[in-house]
Design a binder for this molecule. Structure first.
Ligand SMILES: NCc1[nH]cc(CCC(=O)O)c1CC(=O)O
Length: 292
């Protein structure tokens, strides 16, 4: 029996069930255990003000205490410097990495309007400032349903959500207006990760069977850039790596906003889909470039 730990939100359960299905298809028995995290409990603060690993800590401990065998997370919620006894054993094929701007149909605005945008992500705030220089930002936490309800109630003119979350939950946005934002996503946005214990050889081998190599390569590159730059979710940092399988090329775009200035860096390398060290090297190089 593989015991799968997850948070209890609808999105988290969808993600855990997806991993459960993949493992069942390989012939394994699975069981899902719901564990509440600090990020689920503290809803009146920006994530960057609560601490590191707010969506993983309780699940990390459950894994180390042998109460669960694996934990399913959104990879963007796992800190780059995490727990040396834990690792990402597999990632699933990436969904959309886009952020969506969503607003009520009766709201009209252009790029110069003074609109109130609900988001508690430093990256979204900082990057949106370039698209809507007069926008004001207000704290918006809670799960995807809650955020859309608050938008509908008129507490904000617009909100930002990841397209991956919307699609996974099967949410129909026909009641709203929405568009994809041309901003760099959070490193590993749209990627579901399965964590396991580093010394659990058996589980690591099982997880290799469901790992999506291209996504794994891209995620390591983006996370290496963030890790090299430093600061985790307390810096407005975006990164997007795309692997072109046909030409065996990996391209990375990364950016950070410092003192209201957007700094960008990009790079490209030739590598095979399993040459993860090259992907990490590219990420580090771009991270260093942004630091200087
Ligand atoms: N921090 C919240 C969070 N973590 C992962 C997702 C969605 C899935 C993803 O983008 O990978 C979301 C919601 C959102 O950003 O709208």
């Amino acid at each position: 029996m593989i015991r799968i730990g997850t948070r209890g939100s609808k999105l988290a359960l969808y993600q855990a069930n997806k991993v459960a299905e993949l493992l069942k298809n390989l012939g394994y028995d699975v069981e899902i255990k719901i564990i509440k995290t600090t990020g689920d409990r503290v809803l009146d603060k920006k994530l960057s003000d609560i601490g590191i690993g707010v969506f993983t800590k309780e699940l990390d401990l459950a894994m180390l205490n042998n109460e669960i065998d694996i934990a399913v997370h959104s990879l963007k919620d796992i800190p780059t410097i995490w727990n040396e006894n834990l690792m990402v054993g597999a990632v699933l094929e990436r969904d959309s990495y886009y952020d969506l701007l969503i607003w009520n149909k009766d709201i009209d605005f252009d790029e110069n309007s003074v609109i109130v945008i609900g988001t508690s992500s430093l990256r979204r705030r900082a990057f949106l400032k370039f698209l809507y220089p007069n926008a004001k930002f207000e704290l918006l936490r809670g799960n995807v349903d809650t955020r859309l309800r608050k938008l509908k109630e008129g507490l904000y003119d617009a909100i930002v959500l990841s397209e991956a979350g919307i699609v996974r939950l099967g949410i129909n946005l026909d009641d709203f207006n929405y568009k994809r934002l041309d901003i760099l996503p959070a490193p590993a946005q749209g990627i579901i990760a399965v964590a396991c214990k580093r010394d659990d050889k058996e589980m690591r081998n099982i997880l290799k069977e469901i790992n999506h190599e291209k996504t794994y390569l891209e995620s390591l590159c983006e996370r290496a850039a963030l890790n090299e730059f430093g600061g985790g979710c307390s810096v407005p940092f975006g990164a997007l790596a795309i692997y072109d399988e046909k030409n065996e090329k990996l391209k990375l775009d990364a950016g950070v906003v410092i003192n209201d200035e957007l700094k960008k860096a990009s790079g490209e390398i030739k590598c095979k889909v399993n040459e993860i060290n090259k992907a990490i090297e590219l990420g580090k190089k771009i991270g260093v470039k942004l630091k200087n």
